[in-house]
Design a protein around this ligand. Structure first.
Ligand code: SF4
Length: 229
């Protein structure tokens, strides 16, 4: 009884709301999957179990923040900080800290111990997100703090602000917005279908139907409505 109720709670909470702007986590992501998200395209449902794992990640963030608030040698300037309001992008950094000399944006990432063990350098998509936080907060340094969910081990990487990378990411998002407004589905990733983004993508089925090249969304939408009817 409880199992079903809890599963339903997670599934209800995760029901899609209409996406109207980019989020920092869209930076560097497959443009086609972000497009599909904006259009509320049909996708595979995430299991309630996986949604609970996401929740567990949030809990780990809280534990890390608790220790940062009490740690000696640093000072938490702000936590859960929204980036300044922008028209098409939103996001919230985990924390801004100071060591007495410099400010750092901290981004906490939790993962399972298997992935954690193999992690020798920060993930490019995490650097992308951090670069945008640094850009919007006008802070020169950031820290990517990785936490192993199962063992609680930590790894950290200090990242310098890279103006060129941040501006390129913002440019890519602006170009994607043009495609979204023009209803043009972007090309799929060059490493489709083996790339890691494709392996975990909820839009795999319709992406396969779409084909490789850009096509018009309205025309394609009619096709999926007919085929799924
Ligand atoms: S399957 Fe791959 S290329 Fe297609 S939308 Fe998903 S991530 Fe992008």
């Amino acid at each position: 009884m409880l199992k079903d109720l809890i599963n339903q709670f997670y599934l209800d909470r995760h029901k899609d709301r209409k996406k109207t702007r980019f989020y920092i986590t869209d930076a560097g992501k497959c443009r086609r999957s972000v497009f599909f998200k904006f259009k509320n395209a049909p996708k595979e449902e995430i299991e309630a179990r996986i949604l609970r794992l996401f929740d567990h990640g949030d809990y780990i963030h809280m534990l890390i923040m608790k220790s940062l608030f009490s740690a000696r040698g640093i000072h938490v300037v702000a936590s859960e900080v929204d980036i300044p309001p922008k028209t098409i992008i939103g996001g919230r950094a985990d924390a801004i800290i100071s060591d007495g000399k410099e400010l750092y944006v901290v981004d906490i990432k939790s993962m399972n111990s298997m992935v954690f063990r193999k992690l020798e350098e920060p993930k490019p998509e995490n650097i992308d997100q951090l670069q945008l936080y640094l850009h919007f907060f006008k802070i020169k340094k950031g820290i990517l703090l990785y936490v192993s969910k199962d063992t609680q081990d930590l790894k950290e990487f200090i990242i310098d602000y890279d103006n060129v990378r941040a501006k390129r990411l913002l440019q890519e998002l602006s170009e994607l917005k043009v495609k979204i407004d023009a209803d043009t589905i972007p090309s799929r990733l060059v490493d489709w279908p083996q790339g890691w983004q494709c392996r975990y993508c909820q839009y795999r089925e319709i992406c396969h139907m779409t084909g490789e090249k850009p096509i018009k969304w309205e025309k394609f939408k009619k096709r999926i409505q007919t085929e799924k009817a």
